[in-house]
Structures are given as C-alpha cells and as structure tokens.
Write a protein that binds this ligand. Structure first.
Ligand code: HEM
Length: 247
C-alpha cells in the first residue's frame, strides 16, 4: 500500500513534467493563480498530515493505523501538489525546502519499515531473554515493572503495562502521573541498556524526524514570508502576479 502510493505519486510527476511544455502558460509560471493555489493546498495537506500524527498520539481511543494511513496519504498528496507548484524550478532557492521534506519522508518510511519490526523483536526478546540476566537485575527490573503497573492501575485501570505508552494529553492533563511513569520508564531503559543496545537509527530516528521537520518549517516560513512581504525583491523586475503586500 505504502509503496503503491509512493510509486503512483512518482509516476504521476514523471508524466506531468514530461508533458510540461504542452501545459497552459499559467501552469508553467511560478506564482500564477493555479500554481499559487497548488502551493497553498499542498502545504495545507502537509500540515494536516502532521495533525494526524498528533491525533494518533493524543486521542487514546483513535485507531492508530487509520491515523497513520491518513498521515501518509495527506503527506504524499501534499508533496505532489507542492512539486506541481514549483513549476519544475528545482534550481531556485525555495526548492531547498524539498531537501528536509524528502529527508523526512525517507526517515519516516525507514522507521516504519525497520524500527517497528525491530523494536518489537528487540523488546520481545528482551523479556524472553529474561532468564539470561542475573538474579539481581531480574529482581530490580521486576520491581520497576511492578511500580509501573501499580501507577498505571490507578490512572488507567484497563491499560496493560506491556503496550501502554505515554501520550501528549497525559503530560497536559496528568503531569504528575506522566512524570512518574516516564521516570520509571527511563530507569527501566537505563537498567536494560535499551538505548545503547538499539542500533543508532532505532534510538534516534525520532530526533532526526523532529530536526528535519523544524528545518522544513523554517524554510517554508521564510519562503512564504519573502514572497508575501518582499515580493518586489523576489520578482526581480517581473510583474508580481501573486497576492502580496507592497510597501
Ligand atoms: C513545501 C512547500 C513549498 C515549496 C517546496 C515551494 C517551492 C517553490 C519553488 C521551487 C518555487 C519556484 C521559485 C522560482 O521560480 O524562483 C516557488 C515559487 C513560489 N511559491 Fe512556493 N513553495 C512552497 C510553498 C508555498 C506556499 C505555501 C506559498 C504561498 C504563500 C508559496 C508561494 C510561492 C510563490 C508566490 C512563488 C512565485 C515566486 C517567484 O516567481 O519567484 N509557496 N515555490
């Protein structure tokens, strides 16, 4: 499904840009009404796509796979529209925004394909290998897990310690619980050396994702700011055909 979507988007763009010279002039002119609208819609879809991830993390009752699918579909569609918006001017500075965007998708797809599988096997085997670790560690780990279960029972009586993970809403609405639970999780991870044991990409992909998303956001805000408030400078003497403020 994921690869089908990516390949369809790619094939569409290849066909679109190979027929480029046959398109009406407005579709070949950056900043024209249709291309401006494509940029706005594409960006909107990319932003909505981020909201789906937040929904996945904040709405306890939501179905994670549905939110994730919505996230992926909106992101791919958004990228296609933004690619159309660029009018193929990939050597111009705003095209740099694509670099973190492509990096984001790459890390996202890689994480989806490798991390979740490996995570479950790493953590699955973690407790299957429980027998391999010494008595002392076993006792301490059991104590930590017992404390986690106790804490969880008070706040989410139906949740299971094995599958529960803290959500954004917990930090907002039940900060005391979230703080104590996160502290126990950190203790547990330190104890089993989880972060050290996980390959680099597994341990840090979330951070890579966040840094790339920030770079993308900075690029996007700068681009929107310059075309809107410094339109004369961007147009370099051409007629300014898009909505802007002049001073
Ligand atoms: C991920 C989002 C975006 C990317 C990657 C992107 C990229 C680009 C690129 C490569 C160009 C062609 C530059 C040129 O011909 O010199 C361009 C032009 C333009 N973009 Fe965007 N853009 C994005 C979002 C937006 C948004 C949200 C707006 C609306 C506020 C916007 C407004 C414009 C305008 C008005 C132009 C024409 C400027 C010119 O003729 O130089 N873009 N964009």
């Amino acid at each position: 499904m994921l690869f089908g979507l990516i390949i369809s988007a790619f094939v569409f763009l290849v066909i679109y840009f190979s027929l480029y010279t046959f398109l009406p002039t407005s579709w070949q002119t950056p900043g024209s009404l249709p291309l401006y609208v494509m940029g706005l819609l594409g960006t909107l879809l990319l932003l909505v796509s981020i909201l789906f991830i937040f929904a996945k993390r904040t709405v306890h009752l939501g179905l994670p796979p549905v939110w994730l699918m919505a996230h992926v579909v909106a992101a791919i569609l958004g990228m296609v529209l933004v690619a159309v918006h660029t009018a193929g001017k990939l050597t111009q500075p705003p095209a740099l925004i694509f670099i973190p965007l492509i990096g984001l998708s790459f890390v996202g797809v890689l994480a989806r394909l490798t991390v979740s599988d490996k995570m479950s096997s790493t953590f699955g085997s973690r407790y299957q290998n429980f027998g391999d670790i010494d008595e002392y560690r076993k006792i301490v780990l059991r104590q930590i897990i017992f404390k986690k279960k106790e804490l969880l029972l008070r706040v989410y009586p139906n949740a299971s310690e094995g599958t529960f993970s803290l959500q954004l809403l917990d930090w907002c609405l039940k900060p005391g619980f979230a703080f104590s639970y996160a502290r126990l999780e950190r203790e547990e991870n330190r104890f089993i050396g989880a972060r050290r044991a996980l390959p680099l990409i597994q341990a840090y992909w979330r951070w890579m994702h966040i840094v790339l998303a920030l770079l993308f956001f900075i690029g996007l805000v700068s681009h929107v700011f310059t075309v809107t408030f410094l339109a004369e400078y961007i147009a370099e003497g051409r007629e300014i055909i898009w909505p802007h403020f002049s001073f």
